[in-house]
Design a protein around this ligand. Structure first.
Ligand SMILES: [Zn+2]
Length: 229
């Protein structure tokens, strides 16, 4: 039975541990720098607005949404959504996260290749995730592993590919964010470390997700090879 395969645990635990470590690190960095006021006195929303305006994206809305770290750029709506803490916060963390999301808007504007690939993969990945859950259930409930496993591998490879593409996109958004924050003087020299620490910790959660997916994919592949023998 799938769930009680001890080998599976061996493949899942490392990803799980890295994931927990990344969350703890992010919690710590974000917690610390969301209490450090930014010298410019700007809110996250104002910093994002400034970066967008400087790039000629004056029309792009910057809106407040509920939730914690729910911040994102929506390429279909051409809009930036910031969580209340970062929208209103006048802290190093708020300005850093807001600038990161503006960084995604800059990627979109610049037609950055990997950003376009990631966008194209979104609907495919959504389908793969849903189908994966369904096929996995069929495998577990009906025990039809011989048929289910190759399909599971293909679907999970799509999910893993999406995470692989996401990683450089996230790092690039942070790079653009830092570049603009310092160029426009929204963040001062002594605030650089804080911004970097928050953004690096956030990126680490994507690394953890990728490691976790790669390990699971590897497990499925090894299992498929084992059952063929
Ligand atoms: Zn991002």
């Amino acid at each position: 039975m799938f769930y009680f395969d001890p080998v599976y645990l061996l493949f899942v635990i490392p990803g799980l541990l890295i994931g927990i470590w990344a969350q703890v690190k992010l919690h710590h960095a974000y917690g610390k720098y969301s209490r450090v006021p930014v010298e410019s006195g700007m809110t996250g929303a104002q910093a994002a607005r400034e970066i967008l305006n400087q790039a000629g994206l004056d029309d792009m809305p910057v809106e407040e949404i509920p939730g914690q770290l729910s911040d994102h750029y929506d390429p279909t709506k051409h809009a930036l959504f910031l969580s209340s803490d970062n929208f209103r916060g006048r802290t190093v963390a708020a300005v850093g996260v807001a600038a990161h999301e503006a960084g995604h808007a800059l990627q979109h504007q610049a037609a950055y290749g990997l950003f376009k690939v990631r966008m194209a993969l979104v609907p495919v990945t959504q389908f793969a995730s849903t189908a994966y859950t369904g096929i996995l259930l069929i495998g577990i409930l009906l025990g039809l592993w011989k048929i289910a496993l190759p399909i599971i591998i293909v679907l999970f490879a799509v999910i893993t590919l999406f995470q692989l593409v996401t990683l450089p996109v996230e790092y690039d958004a942070s790079r653009r964010a830092k570049e603009q924050l310092f160029r426009l003087g929204l963040v001062h020299e002594d605030e650089r470390t804080g911004v970097s620490k928050v953004l690096d910790a956030a990126a680490l959660t994507y690394v953890a997700a990728l490691v976790s997916s790669m390990m699971t994919l590897l497990y499925y592949i090894l299992r498929a090879q084992g059952s063929r023998r």
